[in-house]
Design a protein around this ligand. Structure first.
Ligand SMILES: C[S@@+](CC[C@H](N)C(=O)[O-])C[C@H]1O[C@@H](n2cnc3c(N)ncnc32)[C@H](O)[C@@H]1O
Length: 517
């Protein structure tokens, strides 16, 4: 059980963060990563600045923003991003994962712990302002956990967020994502907001903790039943993620489960874990020992790297639309009731249904793919992969407004969604809106500089704009990213080269062609 020393609270130091500094930072985030932070979210911005400024020896918020604007400020801006999205966390974030916890994981963990006369140990790693660990506590109570049966250890780097979380008092606007029944059951209401009841608060122990630290001396090996580390590692570099995953592996019991965020995967990061599907979502498990019980279902292979395809000329890399110009697939009127799921869809998981959509897209049957994706997003509006895929189908069919709407919804759900930026970039590229395509792809690359596909697409934009030198530079960048593993993107877009080898080959083909021209 860990008792890490509490880091000093920077809120105690005399930091000068005035409204102008917050406005300047909000403007910078909008410009660089397309993150829209309204004055409602300035509280989160302030917390993030309080956490980052002391390490740079800065006490003035405006100096900090000036530092971010310098060339060398890019690394700091990336470090700041997971903190500014603190405000983004919410109760029961990612309904599919919470459904899996509620229906399967929590009852299993409780049953196993009871059989072994021990308590369940859960770690919410990167817990932000506490919504995630408190949601776990509520699920535990609903599953019949008695006092002391479940211990949720909730940690975060940001001491101000940890302090906020400990109090467990949330303004009304932070209560989205939580049902009225749960609000009535687990919160008290006062003028100050909604406070989590002591019965749940006592289940959760908050502490400051840096996940990037090379060792976790206070974490008992093999002690955790479940670790949630969601939307935290996206901006860690690969060696840091690898080290962290090793430490998580050691911290988990055999059979213990790790849940990552929507865009995070261990694809080519760690092969120690088994990936498995559970209630329509993916999770990672520390395998049971070979001779051990119970037996785990066979792991579902992580997204396979497509075989390197032969280099294709530019015009073949992007799929052609079914028709060109002003074609618009006739859509149901907005007032029409949502199409009912087909009987064959009723018992299928969202993952299986999305696989069906992908098959239709690959067959070139965009109208059917669109209808199936519509039904899927109606049934599972929280499903980011389905939403992004629907956006792509709309874009390919020339339904630009509907496509934008899907991508905007995805960005509302996940403001730093790299895929949404890539797909908007692709849609703009197809529509010939090159300035916008460039800006979107640059945002994607700011968020994920090692994304080979992003460099490749940006090169295509430059090529179309006749900017030969810039195109060459971006193709070279695309080739260079081969040394980094490329994660599978969420959502489907047909015919995109998937593996870093395939992208590098296509980029090399273009480099050769451009150099000759
Ligand atoms: C976007 S929030 C995610 C909150 C929650 N896990 C969720 O998914 O809703 C990311 C959190 O990671 C924390 N974080 C970033 N770097 C960290 C580090 N090195 N160690 C611990 N926490 C970190 C940030 O302070 C922030 O609270």
């Amino acid at each position: 059980m860990s008792h890490a020393p509490q880091p000093p609270n920077p809120a105690d130091s005399p930091l000068q963060i005035d409204r102008t500094a917050l406005e300047q930072l909000a403007a910078l985030l909008l410009e660089k990563v397309g993150l829209k932070i309204t004055p409602d979210g300035y509280y989160g911005l302030r917390l993030a600045m309080q956490a980052r400024m002391p390490a740079l020896g800065l006490s003035d918020g405006q100096d900090y923003v000036r530092r971010l604007r310098q060339l060398a400020g890019e690394a700091e801006l990336r470090g700041l991003l997971p903190l500014v999205t603190v405000g983004k966390t919410e109760f029961f974030r990612d309904t599919r994962q919470f459904r899996a916890i509620e229906h399967t994981l929590m009852p299993q963990m409780l049953a196993r712990a009871r059989r072994a006369s021990r308590h369940v140990e859960i770690w919410s790693a990167g817990c932000a302002t506490g919504e995630e660990p408190y949601s776990l506590g509520m699920v535990a109570v609903e599953a019949g956990a008695l006092g002391g049966e479940v211990d949720v250890w909730a940690t975060d780097l940001n001491p101000a967020a940890v302090e906020f979380a400990r109090v467990g008092l949330y303004p009304v606007r932070r209560m989205i994502g939580i049902s009225e029944e749960r609000i009535a059951r687990f919160f008290t209401f006062s003028d100050a907001g909604y406070q989590v009841l002591p019965a749940v608060r006592e289940m959760v122990r908050f502490e400051g903790h840096n996940l990037a630290a090379p060792v976790f001396p206070h974490v008992l090996p093999g002690s955790k039943d479940l670790i949630l580390c969601r939307n935290v590692i996206i901006y860690f570099d690969q060696p840091t993620i690898r080290g962290l995953m090793d430490r998580f592996f050691d911290a988990l019991r055999p059979g213990g489960v790790l849940l990552l965020g929507y865009s995070e995967s261990l694809f080519r990061i760690s092969s120690k874990f088994e990936m498995f599907e559970i209630d329509g979502t993916f999770a990672y498990r520390r395998p049971w020992p070979q001779d051990g019980t119970p037996t785990a279902p066979p792991p579902r292979p992580s997204a396979p790297a497509p075989a390197p395809s032969a280099p294709r000329p530019l015009q073949h890399v992007l799929p052609r639309r079914p028709t060109t110009g002003t074609f618009r697939f006739p859509l149901p009127p907005p007032s029409a009731p949502p199409a009912k799921p087909r009987p064959s869809e009723v018992h299928r998981s969202p993952v299986e249904r999305l696989d069906d959509v992908v098959r239709l897209i690959e067959k070139g049957d965009f109208p059917q793919a669109m209808l199936a994706a519509h039904r899927l997003t109606d049934d599972h509006p929280e499903d980011l992969a389905a939403l992004l895929t629907l956006g792509n189908v709309h874009a390919l069919m020339g339904n630009a407004d509907e496509a934008r709407d899907c991508f905007a919804k995805a960005l509302r759900a996940e403001p730093l969604c790299v895929e949404a930026r890539i797909y908007v970039g692709l849609a703009c590229l197809q529509e010939g809106k090159l300035e916008e395509a460039k800006s979107e792809l640059q945002k994607a690359l700011f968020l994920e500089p090692t994304l080979s596909l992003g460099h490749y697409l940006l090169a295509q934009v430059h090529e179309k704009r006749g900017e030969k030198e810039a195109a060459l530079r971006c193709y070279r960048n695309a080739v260079q990213q081969r040394r980094y593993s490329q994660r599978a993107l969420l959502g489907h877009y047909p015919e995109l080269p998937g593996s870093s080898d395939a992208i590098a080959q296509a980029a090399q083909y273009r480099l050769a062609a451009l150099s000759e021209s």
